[in-house]
Each structure stands twice: as C-alpha cells, then as structure tokens.
Design a protein around this ligand. Structure first.
Ligand code: FES
Length: 146
C-alpha cells in the first residue's frame, strides 16, 4: 500500500533549485532522491534517484544539485539531465535516464506516493535527524572484532 507523505513545498524546490531526501525501499535499503523543478508538462516538480547512471555519482553531493541551462549537471563528467524526463543526450552519460520516484503535487505541496518508497527523512542518507527514532541505529558490528 502506497504511503502518502508530504515532502516539501513546490516553492521551496523552485527557490533552492533541488531538494534532497532519503527513502527506504521494501527491502530496507535506503536511497537518496532529488526533487527538481519541471515546468514543461504541468508536473511542477519531478523526483529522481540521486545517482548518475554513468558511474554511480551523486548528482546532489549534499549541498544541492547544480542546475545549468535547465539541466541537472552531473558533477563528475558534466553530463546534463533533462529535469522533466530524466534523459541525458550528452557527454559520458548520453543515452541514459535517471531512475524516477513517483510524487504528486497538490495545492503547492509535493507528496511521495511511490509504492516502493517510504520516506525516511529530508537530506541525504547520512543526515537523518533521528526524529523517528531509528535513523541512527547503532552498527551491528559494535562489539565484534575486539
Ligand atoms: S558519472 Fe555522471 S556523467 Fe560520468
């Protein structure tokens, strides 16, 4: 059953250029996702897994994705991804597409509605604020090897 979680305001994504958050899939694996403005087809924003398909480079390294000429710039080799489709037709990542995460916009707010994704926290994987109690779970190896 899809959860519906409010992420942020469309206006915030526009102002900041991108908005980073962390999800957890059904296997408990965490991934980072970026929201970016998309003005083309009325979607207002789109959400993409924060990984360049070329070499697993984070598009937003933790302080905001770089948007240039209307495209999301990969910081490693400079390929540009179209924010509304996730497609890349240039540079090292040409022919690849970012992995989408499903969101909807209602009354100026962005909601996560992806069946395979559960919202964990704003920010990157390492920046959990701990407000739901298990973002900073102790490592299972804490007493092993000593
Ligand atoms: S890692 Fe992104 S273009 Fe090479």
């Amino acid at each position: 059953m899809a959860e519906r979680t409010r992420l942020t305001a469309v206006e915030t994504v526009r102002e900041e250029g991108s908005w980073l958050f962390t999800i957890e899939d059904r296997h408990g694996d965490r991934e980072e996702v970026i929201l970016v403005p998309c003005e083309d087809d009325g979607a207002e924003v789109e959400a993409w897994v924060n990984v360049c398909p070329h070499e697993a480079q984070r598009l937003d390294p933790g302080f905001g994705a770089t948007i240039r000429e209307g495209g999301i710039v990969c910081p490693r080799h400079g390929s540009l991804f179209e924010p509304c489709t996730g497609d890349c037709d240039n540079g090292e990542a040409a022919g690849t597409t970012l992995r989408p995460v499903e969101t909807v916009v209602e009354l100026g707010s962005v909601y996560l509605v992806d069946e395979d994704a559960r919202f964990r926290h704003a920010g990157g994987i390492g920046s959990g604020d701990g407000d739901d109690g298990d973002d900073d779970m102790p490592g299972s190896t804490s007493h092993i090897g000593f």
